[in-house]
Design a protein around this ligand. Structure first.
Ligand SMILES: *Cc1c(COP(=O)(O)O)cnc(C)c1O
Length: 438
């Protein structure tokens, strides 16, 4: 079929996510993707500076991951994961557990970030129930948090503003302020104290009622790459421990090296009780997720009765192709060359962002590992608001795939991005800002 026919089929039959089809331009027809570059049917090439919705780690089409999937597909594509296990699932679980701190040793597989969060929330409720403390049934989350699009994850992320159509189906979740900070922010200590005070008040008002506190550690992604300091997470963890509740880290976006170290919890020196992983887990090749629990949590699910067990699962749990991709991706991630690339990306971000910060319309510059972000001028801060759509269009014209979050422009590139490609991207951003200002 030729591109026109394919686009006509798409226009007639496909419903795209997060898209107002009445206003959006027709989608671009991607025909190949290699390294950091996506090629469209009309020959245009785009530098993927958002890792295709934050999933891709080592570049598109990486031969090592592709080969691992092909080998696994020829051997065993999918088998039921109750009563059976298989080598890729056991090995991947062991390797991820080995990279996480403390006794975060027990892996529950699922399919995407939303279900990883859903599983963490269900596990924490049942954990308390199994211990005979069913009144610990409330969740505490952070303003601006985003945890996915299933009902539990939407409830946890209700303050993100995406979910007004489904208010009626969400369950109540308490929220406390998130102390978002940036370079040279002199109000950060005050914001952190306010957030911790709010948490203290909440714990005092509901002693023994909180099941778990759920946070995107170091960076709230979807609400605009809002960053907090590791020290805030340390103070948070101390309070959550003192209250006796569980601490859940949603590392769906921060996992697998985005913030520098392999996981954000390592940067903060914290052992949470549950960790949610997904986006980078397979290097961006296949949908898969895991919720990793401390061994003590797992033990509370053991016993003679079936209803003490976690009666939850998905048809494709621990898909061998996904696990094989995950193992191949981890090999690449743990190679010194990848560590060096991540450090190089962060160093270039620093230089180029400091350069841009001299512009009046570039504010709140911030970097965490391979993620750089800043606010552009005024305008709204909601998803798709303000200057975002114009920035996106101008970037696409230059062959740069950027997806501003409201007026927040950010780069979250795959680690294979070369120094030249990254400088090219920052050059383009500087030109776009100058153009929009003039
Ligand atoms: C993307 C994201 C999710 C949801 O993951 P999906 O795979 O889109 O379901 C959950 N939490 C965080 C922090 C995310 O960035």
């Amino acid at each position: 079929m030729n591109p026109e026919e394919l686009l006509a089929l798409d226009a007639r039959h496909v419903w795209h996510p997060f898209t107002q089809a009445a206003a959006a331009k027709p989608p671009m027809l991607a025909v190949s993707a290699q390294g950091a570059t996506i090629t469209a049917a009309d020959g245009r090439r785009f530098l993927d500076l958002v890792s295709s919705w934050w999933v891709n780690l080592h570049g598109h089409g990486h031969p090592a991951v592709a080969a691992a999937i092909a080998r696994q597909a020829a051997e065993m594509e999918q088998v039921i994961f109750a009563d059976f296990t298989h080598a890729p699932a056991a090995q991947l679980a062991a390797r991820v557990a080995g990279l996480l701190p403390g006794d975060l040793d027990r892996v529950f597989y699922s399919d995407d970030g939303s279900t990883a969060v859903e599983v963490a929330m269900k596990l924490s409720l049942q954990y308390w129930r199994n211990r005979g403390i069913a009144e610990r049934d409330q969740f505490v989350c952070f303003e601006g948090g985003y945890h996915g699009d299933t009902v539990g994850a939407m409830s946890a992320g209700h303050s993100s503003g995406f979910f007004s159509a489904w208010k009626g189906m969400l369950f109540p979740v308490e929220t406390v302020p998130f102390p978002a900070t940036w370079d040279g922010d002199d109000s950060v200590a005050t914001k952190e104290a306010e957030a911790l005070d709010a948490l203290d008040r909440l714990f005092a008002a509901k002693p023994g009622r909180v099941s778990a506190v759920l946070i995107e550690p170091l960076i709230q992604g979807a609400s605009g790459m809002r960053m907090c300091r590791p020290a805030f997470l340390t103070a948070l963890a101390e309070r959550v421990r003192a209250e006796g509740a569980l601490l859940i880290f949603d590392e769906v976006m921060t996992g697998f090296g985005r913030t520098g170290p392999i996981f954000a919890c390592l940067k903060a020196g914290i052992v949470p009780d549950l960790v949610c992983l997904s986006k980078g887990l397979t290097g961006g090749f296949l949908p898969m997720a895991m919720t990793v629990a401390r061994e003590g949590i797992y033990r509370e699910f053991l016993g003679p009765d079936l209803d003490r067990a976690f009666l939850h699962g998905h048809s494709y749990t621990a898909n061998p192709l996904g696990c094989a991709a995950g193992l191949a991706s981890l090999d690449l991630l743990l190679d010194d060359a990848c560590t060096a690339r991540r450090a190089a990306i962060e160093a270039i971000h620093r230089v180029r962002l400091d350069d841009l910060a001299t512009r009046a319309d570039t504010t709140r510059t911030r970097i965490c590992g391979t993620i750089a972000a800043f606010d552009v001028g005024g305008g709204g801060t909601g998803y798709g608001a303000g200057i975002g759509p114009r920035l996106k269009a101008a970037a696409l014209d230059r062959g740069l795939l950027l997806r501003p979050l409201g007026n927040v422009l950010y780069l979250l590139p795959p680690y294979c991005l070369s120094d030249d490609e990254l400088h090219h991207a920052w050059d383009g951003i500087a030109e776009i800002l100058a153009e929009l200002a003039g």
